[in-house]
Write a protein that binds this ligand. Structure first.
Ligand code: 5GP
Ligand code: ZN
Length: 120
């Protein structure tokens, strides 16, 4: 576990060592408390695409103790409100075969652009 943590991009971000695996591309912290960090996805699927990340290293949801997950939903809801999204996807992948790219549990909050935006 220790060696996996040392090479984990999200553990490095949590420790404040970097905000991006590609340092020249800006990456923004949105929310932080004792247990949780939220920041913008470096390769967003839509404007406001955020990642909500427990500050506990574990690859899959089932690896994380419940008390490290208690803030995930309230923070995700706050981010949805902050973007003004009416429709959105919450996504959470577990394992390479399930399309997990970063081996540290995270929840995607992906706003759908509002249909009225950009018109008139
Ligand atoms: P997964 O496929 O594991 O569910 O999603 C991982 C997400 O993390 C991807 O959407 C990817 O763009 C994002 N990501 C990977 N490396 C970094 C990084 O260094 N900084 C930020 N902000 N996002 C990252
Ligand atoms: Zn980690």
């Amino acid at each position: 576990m220790a060696s996996k943590m040392a090479s984990c991009i999200f553990c490095k971000i949590i420790k404040g060592k970097l905000m991006s695996s590609r340092p020249k591309i800006p990456c923004f912290k949105l929310f932080e408390n004792e247990k949780t960090l939220a920041f913008l996805d470096i390769n967003p699927l839509s404007q406001g695409h955020a990642l909500v990340v427990p500050k506990f290293h574990g690859e899959k949801l089932t690896d994380i103790p419940d008390d490290h997950l208690t803030d995930i939903l309230p923070i995700t809801k706050r981010l949805v409100k902050a973007t003004g999204a009416v429709e959105y996807n919450i996504l959470q992948n577990n394992g390479k075969g399930a399309h997990q790219e970063v081996g540290h549990v995270h929840f995607h909050m992906i706003p759908k652009p509002n249909p009225q935006e950009g018109l008139g």
